[in-house]
Structure formats: C-alpha cells, structure tokens
Design a binder for this molecule. Structure first.
Ligand SMILES: N[C@@H](CCC(=O)N[C@@H](CS)C(=O)NCC(=O)O)C(=O)O
Length: 268
C-alpha cells in the first residue's frame, strides 16, 4: 500500500494497518504534511524487500535471494529480506521503519517517527510543546508509553503463541500502571499533557487502538484459561481515559485510521 503517490515529507515502511504508524499519519494530517506509507499485511511483509525502495518480491526472487535473507528477530517468524542498506539505516531491523525523503537517514521507534513528522510541521501549534518544559513533559508521556508498549508487544506475542500466568500477570500490572497514570493526568487537565492536544494524546490513543486487538482473541484466551485484560470493565475503571479515547477517535485527524481499525476489531 502506498497511501500517497507523490514523494512525501517522510517515507515509512511497515506492515499495515498498524496503529503504531497511525501516530505519524495523524500528526501528518494535523500538520498538513504528506507522508509516504508503504507496506502490506504482516503475512505479506515476509515476501517484501525491506529497503528504502521497499517492494513485493516475486516468487523466484524470494527463492534466489541469498544476500538479503535473514532470520526474523521479533514479532515475525521465519525469513525476512532485509538489505544491507536497510540495516545500516535501521540497525535494530524493525518496522515501522521511516526514512528521510532521500533515504539517507533512518528513523525507528514509532514515537520517534511521530516526533519527526511533528518537527516537519507546516502549521505552527502546540502539538509537540511550545517550550523546553512542555516538550519534555510530552516526551515523559511518550517514554512511559514505550515502556508500556514493550510489555504489550510481549503480551501479544503470547496471545498469538502460548500465554503463561507470568506474562499475563506482568502485563495486567503494566496496563494498570499505564492506565492509572493516564487517568490521573486526565483528571487534572483536558488533554494528557495539559490544555491542548499533543503527541502524548496521539500516542495514548494509538497504543489503546492496538490493545483493542486483544478483544478479537478473547475466546482463544479464555480457552487457555485467561481473561481479556482490556475488557469493558476497564472502561468503567478508567472513565477519563476512555471518554478521551472515544472522543478523539471520532475526530477528523484520527478517524481515517482509527475508525476502520476499531470497526475491524469489533466485527471479528
Ligand atoms: N517499539 C517498536 C517496535 C518495533 C518492532 O519490534 N517491530 C517488529 C515487529 S512487531 C519487527 O519489525 N521485527 C522484525 C524482525 O522480526 O526481524 C516501535 O514501536 O516501533
């Protein structure tokens, strides 16, 4: 999928749909920027060349590829086709993988990709703070969100594979810690980091969108003897968080990404 045909302010290669790249596309809409998103489903990405010029490989190219074939590391299974240039730009070898428009600079970690888009903004505004303190406060929420996201990544790998009481318990604790802090932040201000919409709200909404995927696998979890962590009971326990979430996902900047994604989780 290439969302925009023209060369954008930034290129992102990822599996799609991926709530972690929604962070960047929501910021792009708010900043009136075009970004170029390329990729395909998780399953298809094993048949793609991972490169600045990412593209689907033919069956014979896949068979003959000796130079770029590498064992996947995290979240994927089997062989992936990552070029030397890709790994130079992306030493951790992960997607989402962003590039400067000429491909010379790689930017990884979805929060950093989102920050890059905000730094390229055309419209002035408070999205990434207006002074070193407000910007750093936003960074604080992004850092906490990454700690949470690391645990949810581990959790979802167990959901797709085999859940253990240890992973489930540490994940529930991570959800409670994250949601409690966000709930308290939203008790004292209308947006996560203060009086205006910032990257901190966008990050929260996108991480929660991704977590909603759990509901699609509720029955499989129950069969293994585990409860869904982010079930509807949490929406009552953290009303500030979920009122904020459901309000933002309906707004013009969020809806094109979050609307279809959440609908696909409900219809599963
Ligand atoms: N925290 C990172 C997570 C990136 C990540 O771990 N991506 C995995 C897929 S979920 C990946 O690209 N793995 C490549 C591999 O298995 O070699 C982010 O938000 O960007």
């Amino acid at each position: 999928m290439s969302e925009k045909t023209s060369e954008g302010a930034l290129r992102i290669f990822s599996y799609t749909p991926n709530p972690r790249i929604f962070k960047a596309s929501i910021v792009a809409r708010l900043c009136d920027l075009e970004i170029d998103i390329r990729g395909s489903s998780v399953q298809d990405l094993a048949k793609w060349l991972w490169d600045f010029h990412a593209r689907p490989l033919t069956t014979s190219e896949i068979k003959e590829d000796k130079d770029n074939a590498r064992q996947s590391r995290i979240g994927f299974k089997g062989t992936l086709h990552k070029t030397e240039e890709f790994l130079k730009a992306h030493p951790f070898g992960t997607v989402p993988a962003a590039f400067s428009p000429d491909g010379s600079i790689g930017i990884f970690e979805s929060n950093s990709i989102m920050r890059a888009v905000a730094r390229l903004k055309k419209k002035p505004g408070p999205l990434y703070g207006t002074n070193p303190f407000s910007t750093s406060r936003i960074d604080s929420f992004l850092d906490v969100s990454l700690v949470f996201a690391n645990q949810t990544q581990k959790y979802f790998m167990a959901v797709f594979g085999e859940m253990t009481p240890e992973v489930w318990n540490e994940s529930e604790m991570a959800y409670i810690t994250y949601l409690s802090g966000m709930e308290d932040a939203l008790e004292t201000s209308p947006f996560v980091a203060g009086n205006e919409l910032t990257l901190a709200d966008i990050c929260l909404v996108c991480e929660l969108c991704l977590c909603m995927m759990e509901r699609k696998f509720m029955r499989e979890l129950e069969k293994q003897g585990f409860q869904c962590i982010l079930d509807e009971r949490r929406e009552r326990e953290y009303p500030n968080v979920f009122t904020h979430f459901y309000r933002l996902v309906k707004t013009a900047a969020f809806e094109p990404d979050c609307g279809p994604y959440l609908a696909s989780m409900r219809n599963a």
